[in-house]
Design a protein around this ligand. Structure first.
Ligand code: MF3
Ligand code: CO
Ligand code: CO
Length: 269
């Protein structure tokens, strides 16, 4: 890592300086823009590999680099997780069919800053059941983000997400979590999407991390397939995820990966 600014808390969480947020905003804007641009390409009949090729090309054209290509042997510019795939789906020859729901997750590096974001798409028509899953997952992310301010705790974020999702009779995945981000891809803390109010580290101005809840229509358990990446629901139920990279400001939160065209959810725009 090139000479990170700021200091570490006793929990090993980096406190960035106020001026650093501009770098995160620039990286986040590129990742979010690419997620906007790929939306019209998500159609029945296309392969997930074709979507990834578009993403890889746009990362380069926009002057960034992919954080995922070469990361622990991963070879693609995105993760594309279809239907019961929870996360880390590998783009490939799989052809999308009408009604498939999918998460596309892109992380770019710009000037050393990592912008990490994902959102949901649908190929063709969205079923009522899928629409509800997507809405609940999106709202869970935003309720988690609403808890981000100095003095609140990471447990407050997880608690807000878990109580909302479970009240909708859906489940929160425990096996994957959000993470510190900034000048590195994955740093402390683990940002859990479940938990108790007031538990965990206290949020401080200058912290930068992701919130990326995965929500299942069925049970929360997952398993990783033989490719060592693809995580699926054990009960084959549908799963959804939305992710933002955020920073703690003096009195709240800055979201670095907002959609520049307001298209963060497939039923918008
Ligand atoms: N972007 C993912 C995250 O939200 C990580 C993907 S790592 C990969 O943390 F290697 F699978 F691409
Ligand atoms: Co992430
Ligand atoms: Co991500």
């Amino acid at each position: 890592m090139d000479d990170p600014s700021g200091r570490l808390t006793k929990d090993g969480i980096r406190i960035y300086e106020r001026g650093d947020f501009a770098g995160m905003a620039a990286a986040g804007a590129i990742a979010a823009r690419i997620l906007d641009e790929v939306a019209p390409l998500v159609q029945p009949g296309v392969t997930t590999a074709s979507l990834d090729e578009f993403i890889e090309a746009r990362v380069a054209e926009l002057g960034a680099t992919s954080a995922t290509i070469g990361y622990r042997g991963y070879q693609h510019a995105s993760c594309i997780s279809v239907n019961h795939v929870v996360c880390h789906g590998i783009p490939g020859p799989k052809v999308l069919k009408d009604g498939d729901i999918l998460n596309i997750d892109v992380t770019v590096i710009l000037d050393g800053w990592f912008g990490d974001t994902s959102r949901m798409y649908v190929a063709g028509a969205l079923s009522r059941k899928s629409e509800r899953l997507l809405q609940v997952t999106h709202d869970a992310l935003m309720l988690g983000i609403e808890q981000v301010r100095p003095g609140n705790t990471f447990g407050d974020i997880g608690h807000a997400i878990q109580t909302y999702v479970e009240a909708q009779r859906m489940s929160v995945v425990r096996d994957f979590c959000g993470h510190g981000v900034g000048k590195v891809f994955h740093a402390p803390p683990n940002v859990l999407h479940y938990g108790r109010k007031g538990s965990g580290a206290v949020l401080e101005e200058g912290m930068i991390f992701t919130i990326e809840p995965m929500v299942n229509l069925g049970r929360p358990e997952t398993k990783v397939l033989a490719d060592d990446w693809t995580a699926v629901t054990r009960d084959k139920s549908l799963s959804a995820q939305f992710e933002h990279s955020v920073g703690v400001t003096g009195d709240g939160v800055e979201i670095f990966t907002l959609s520049p065209t307001g298209r963060f959810h497939p039923t918008w725009g």
